[in-house]
Write a protein that binds this ligand. Structure first.
Ligand SMILES: *Cc1c(COP(=O)(O)O)cnc(C)c1O
Length: 378
């Protein structure tokens, strides 16, 4: 008998309330019933984004909202700055290139954060830059970038700050309006505790000026049509009706817990995970700006990283993520994101210990669980 436990940075586990909502018979989307749900969802999403701006709901995975940001803000030949410190930073660069936008890349060493002063210097040198693309939680490295610091810089310039908050939103703090972030994108299958299928994007007044000038080709992801529909509590195309209904349930749960409490829970789970790893003789990949949503850990010398992840998953049903891109086989990543509680983390660490022990890594059995428990007891 094997049970399954998902400790991956997307998709994340679904709460029973969400599963129940997903199992309901489908309703039509151009009806007062659906409109009631959509209205609630539109309001609650603003709370999650900490903004008064509209939050548009797109039917796609998170990358659709990233693409939407690029094609709605920019035109062929425009210059953009990309803060690239991992696989998802690279996605911004690739999206710009796909639409003939010229990316200037700040190559940040994987696992490291970026001092906002460096951003300031780049923008001073290149005043033609229209948009700065960054990532809240770089899921491939476990780094949380200093978005507040970046926004302090961009606020003083003509450039807009665009943040991929796909894996961070609803897990760690991002104050769109208070910090002065111009565009925030997110997705359903990480902090929002839903299946993949929805993407979200919110646009400030400053960034909306760029939307009006942008000449990139677009149709499905055109934010002007999204806004026109949103103003009438509608969507331009058939939405993922079932997931929107489930989103309403997830947002009710999030409101009931309270965003401050959600962030505190994620921090505690992250602290416990980060305490467990050195106790097992493992080192954390991101030490200077570790994200509270996902922890990346270096695979110790002599251990096959891919086999480690595969054995936990296939023999014990505990799914963690491996390394991506240049870190393939060199990292494993434990997500503590969304519908995750203390004992999910303890279980994950216990499984990691068992498999590491079987693979011949030397440490005292129980040391990781003990270190995590000590943090959780505080
Ligand atoms: C998961 C993730 C994405 C990609 O989202 P998809 O839903 O797979 O399109 C983008 N950025 C970050 C930081 C992510 O964690």
């Amino acid at each position: 008998m094997k049970k399954n436990y998902l400790l991956t940075p997307g998709p994340t586990p679904l709460p029973p309330e969400v599963c129940e909502a997903l199992s309901r018979p489908i309703i039509h989307h151009r009806t007062p019933q659906f409109q009631t749900v959509l209205k609630e969802v539109q309001e609650s999403l603003k709370a999650a984004f900490q903004t008064k701006n509209d939050v548009f709901i797109l039917t796609s995975s998170g990358t659709g909202a990233m693409e939407s940001a690029v094609v709605n803000l920019l035109s062929w030949g425009d210059k953009a700055l990309v803060i690239q410190g991992g696989k998802f930073g690279e996605r911004w660069t690739e999206l710009c290139q796909a639409y003939g936008v010229k990316p200037i890349v700040i190559d940040v060493e994987w696992g490291k954060a970026l001092d906002p002063q460096i951003l300031k210097d780049y923008l001073a040198k290149e005043p033609a830059i229209k948009a700065v693309f960054s990532t809240l939680c770089e899921t491939s490295t476990g780094v949380a970038f200093d978005i507040k610091g970046f926004a302090q810089v961009t606020k003083e310039t003509g450039a807009v700050l665009v943040v991929d908050a796909i894996s961070g939103l609803g897990a760690i703090d991002l104050q769109m309006d208070a910090w002065g972030v111009d565009v925030v994108v997110s997705g359903s299958q990480k902090g929002f505790m839903l299946p993949p299928g929805l993407a979200f994007i919110s646009v400030s007044k400053k960034a909306w000026k760029l939307v009006e000038e942008s000449k990139c080709p677009k149709y499905y992801f055109d934010l002007k049509s999204a806004k026109k529909a949103c103003d009438k509590t509608d969507t331009p195309f058939t939405p993922a009706i079932g997931i929107v209904i489930a989103l309403n349930e997830a947002l009710k749960m999030m409101k009931a817990e309270g965003f401050e409490n959600i962030f505190a829970r994620h921090k505690k789970l992250a602290d416990a995970t980060r305490a467990a790893m050195p106790a097992l003789g493992l080192s954390l990949f991101s030490t200077d700006a570790a994200s509270d949503a996902v922890t990346a850990v270096r695979v110790p010398a002599g251990i096959d990283g891919e086999k480690l992840v595969k054995t936990m998953r296939d023999e014990y049903g505990v799914t963690m993520a491996g390394g991506q891109g240049e870190m393939k086989g060199k990292l494993f990543r434990v997500a503590h994101m969304g519908y995750i509680s203390e004992f999910d983390i303890i279980l994950g660490i216990a499984c990691l210990e068992k498999v590491l022990k079987k693979m011949g890594h030397a440490f005292e059995l129980g040391a990781g669980v003990k270190a995590a428990q000590e943090v959780l007891l505080k």
